[in-house]
Structures are given as C-alpha cells and as structure tokens.
Design a protein around this ligand. Sequence first.
Ligand code: TYD
Length: 140
Amino acid sequence: MAKFSVNDCPIIDLGKIQGERRGSITVVENDGTLPFDVKRVYYLYDVPGGSSRGAHAHRDLSQLIIAASGSFQVTLDDGRLKRTFFLNRPYQGLLVRQGIWRDLDDFSSGAVCMVLASDVYIKEDYIRDYQEFLEYRKGF
Ligand code: TYD
C-alpha cells in the first residue's frame, strides 16, 4: 500500500451552488472528485468546548472531513511531519489518506464535523495507540 505523508492530504474544494437569497448547496458524488467512492457518512456534533476527538489513525480507510457547520481544527501526523488545518467552510473538505494520525479540537459551539468515508465501520482498522502508530509507520 502507498505510504502517504501529511503533504498528500489537501483541502479539496467541492464548489457550491448559490441560490439568489435562498442559500447554498454543495454536492459530493462518486464521480472522481475524491480518490475513493463514499461508502459511509457520519457526523460529530454536540462536542463540548475544550474537548478533542480523533486521536487515531486508520490502516486502510480514507476520509474527507468537512466542517458542515461551525469550525474546528484538525492536526494530521504522518509520524514525521504534522500539519494543522482550520476548517470552517462547508464547501471544502480535508482529504485524510490512509495511515495518517488525526486529532480534532477547538470545536466551535454548534460545530458539525461531517465525515465521508471510503468504507463501512471496521473496528480493526483503527490504530488508537500513538506508539503503535509510530511502529506501524516505520514498518511500511
Ligand atoms: P470514534 O471513532 O472513537 O470517534 P472519534 O474518533 O471521532 O472521536 O467513535 C466513537 C464511538 O462510535 C466508538 O465506540 C465507535 C463508534 N462508531 C461506530 O459504531 N460506527 C462508526 O461509523 C463510527 C465512526 C464510530
């Protein structure tokens, strides 16, 4: 499997359809916009101020993380480099490739973190121990 770095995790512009005085729509389809087909969507909300989420990596799963409402910060880590992104635009998503550790924090009140994922939920795909993650990255 390819070994991705944090520099392979761009912000993807999804575009928006803006109605006159009627609000906006952003659409994601399995049409090659993302490097994977979306098999699952989940969203985090009601995250108390000061809380953090994530703190794991996935062996095989790819994701697009979107601030559907409000804002939060995502720090990506490939075991060598870290990059922090501030997400606050519902028409943009952060592509998180396989094998990248992520920490989410600084949630604004009312923030909704929507995640488009390349696969169904598989518990065994998670690495939740940071030392194990570093070993995993070395072992590629
Ligand atoms: P977790 O992945 O730890 O949340 P985060 O990393 O974003 O802080 O998930 C929290 C709980 O929800 C955990 O018990 C697993 C469960 N869960 C599912 O059952 N299905 C899912 O698709 C997801 C994302 C989580």
